[in-house]
Design a protein around this ligand. Sequence first.
Ligand code: ATP
Ligand code: MG
Length: 600
Amino acid sequence: MSEEHFEEDEFTGAVDPNTLWRTAKLSLNHWPLMVTFLFSVVAVAIIENYQTFLSKRIIDEGIVPRDLEAVRSLAFQYFGITVLLAAFVAGFIISAAMISHWTQYDLRKSMFAKLQELSFTYYDRTPLGWLMSRMTSDVTRVGELVSWGFLDITWGITGITAAVVFMFIINWQLALIVLALIPILVVVAIQFQKLIISEYRVVRRTNSKITGSYSESINGVRVVKSLRREEKNLEEFQELTTEMFNAGFRAAWLSALFLPSVQMLTALGVAAVVWYGGFQYNQGWITIGTIQAFISYITFMLWPVQEMARVFASMQQAVASAERIFSLIDEEADIVNRPNAQKVEHIRGVIEFDHVDFRYEKDKPVLQDFSLTVEPGETIALVGPTGAGKSTVVNLLCRFYEPVSGQIRINGTDYQDLTLDSIHSRIGMVLQTPHLFSGTVLENIRYGRLDATDEETVAAARMAGAHDFITLLDDGYSTEVGEGGVLLSVGQKQLLSLARAILAQPDIFIMDEATSSVDTLTEALIQKAMDHIMSGRTSFVIAHRLSTIKRADRIIVLKDGRIDEIGSHAELIRQKGHYYNLYTKQFQKEAGGSIPNILA
Ligand SMILES: Nc1ncnc2c1ncn2[C@@H]1O[C@H](COP(=O)(O)OP(=O)(O)OP(=O)(O)O)[C@@H](O)[C@H]1O
Ligand SMILES: [Mg+2]
């Protein structure tokens, strides 16, 4: 995907009718609401105009001939339809709000489901920020279009039509004058709104850049200071704020000019009606109530025209939002179950990588001709320089990605003939930077197996050696860990992840060991937890600690996506190859410590 694809608010193309139709259909899913809504809106538009018609009659049939009886009965009618109007107004507000919320709910649900289903390859090429905007601002925009946007348009169209009909009923010559005014009003309003919205678009875009530069400066404050970037940053920042100020200023001016302009046009219409109507009145052709009614109709039309202009001008953006949402919903996952995929109950057999080739991007091979057979219960340590492909091996094993050629077999079956879900449920993984979810410590461990009881969860924490530090936390197991576990140290997070893996009782255990050093006590706890979980289980450890490496049954030295050396610690030392050099140069010096990028 190209960069531009992820640009925000740059959409200037025409509104695609297919997308518009698909967007409209979103609200049809809730058609009883839609029917209530349309019925109420149309009723409101008609009643509002009928009110004006009634006031004309009150003047002509009651006030002017001083007929109090007529005034009273017409006033009653007026009151009656006002109550009806109130009911319909409540009806359309509630149904529009419900449609808006339902649509947003539906969209969020479909998008979230899709995000859960999509493969890593999708996330590799899609920026997080892009996805977040789809889930938030785009959804809101589409929700508003299908409810309030449609409301404004329906109300506007029926309101203006009803007004025109009533005007023709009352006096066709005056009606023609007003009819000539409407297109001018509409064109002026839409042009203004377009200009205003494009300025606001600039404001929004610069605003998001400013937010970005705030957070970069704040997060990187130390680096900024040490590199003496302050002045340069300030300059860039000033440029952005000036741009935003100017756009905001232009938008304010346009808004300030907009309303008076439309009002002047309306006033022109009123003047024309009064002038020609006055002439007709003088001739005794029309009543005073007619002139009054026309003045009301003209001033009434101001609002629907304004609202419709706003909707039409912003429709382009809302449809663009819808388009982006649909593109996400329509995205096909790269890795899906084959039609006849089998469930795997347990992965207790041999795991084979058979001449596996893999690349993330075209023409950039990462693993080449990678073959490896792992016996049940074996512990494999993967070592190698950064970028050698260690994480890639375990990514493939977890089937987050699939081999480009070659096969990975589990229990003798090509794993592409097994269901994804059943593979994932048998693999326990502790990542280099363990991920915790916001929630309590207990909930976080329970992610390993959702149906585990509290007792089982605590038992897993004990086995992982996490129990002691947890009980020292303010609320023990009920302590909130903060978003991403920010309130815990790296070592603590690792212990919790290990507890999670222990609770899950997977058949295969995978650990991407952290290079950052933890204190000796935590280090010992982690080692113990790892021993516990690895015993009797097939394990893959991307190892940085000598203690882990030595304990493995076989060590695989990866280099440029190929197996460089393979064997136990003792064997590799005897071979006096790559591993031996490293061991003698680095490991002995740093024995027991953590050795980042040991083969670099
Ligand atoms: N998602 C990705 N998209 C594109 N290229 C990737 C992706 N992940 C890894 N690579 C590339 O694949 C190669 C192997 O990466 P991998 O993460 O397997 O290395 P590693 O051995 O785990 O390194 P480290 O020790 O730094 O974790 C690297 O050249 C890397 O740039
Ligand atoms: Mg890695």
